[in-house]
Design a protein around this ligand. Sequence first.
Ligand code: PLP
Length: 223
Amino acid sequence: MDIKTNLAYIQENIRKACEKTNRDLSEITIIGVTKYVTIERTIEAMEAGVHHFGENRAEGLLEKYNHIDQPAKWHFIGTLQTRKVKDIIDKVEAIHSLDRESLAKQINNRANRVIDCFVQVNVSEEESKHGLAVADVIPFVELLAAYENIRVVGLMTMAPHVSDEEVLRKTFKDLAQLRDVIMTKNYAHAPCKYLSMGMSNDYEIAVEEGATHIRVGSKLVEE
Ligand SMILES: *Cc1c(COP(=O)(O)O)cnc(C)c1O
């Protein structure tokens, strides 16, 4: 499928999910995850109207950033090694995978502006996943106040790889609830308005549960 067709289909599904839950379509940002595809295919996505892109490796992000002239917003969505922070820090719109203090320290030291970050939460507490356990998130957000170049704009999660809708919905609901608690605290460094959740197989459910940033790869860009 060409990307224009895929994008129209995804947008239509988002529109329906918004309608169902009385949400405003303009609250939702589609991040096209291009980690699987070439520069050419990424450019095709841009021309189809995708403005935000997600990469999960520093090398992948740099390769595309350096070879693509069109303006685009790059999101780092994968596990970030501290030694790679310096390579991507001045190129990203946001980092979606902040999950430890050593990484916060490195981002803070390498940045020469405030960096928008999502704290990654392992809601389902699967061993294989990165991210903080729910109970550790608020203490972590609180300690981030010491890092002047970090703004916590939201929370991010990856749902378990299952097809059971109730499990997925519960994961997204739990993340939204945690976000709500953090918002009531009115932390200056952590407005925490956003929810980065939902991928190719579960983005409609994520939107119904309040996602503001969905990260869609295979159903958007894969051939
Ligand atoms: C690969 C990836 C995605 C996109 O996954 P799809 O299922 O292909 O849509 C989203 N988020 C993260 C963190 C990823 O690594």
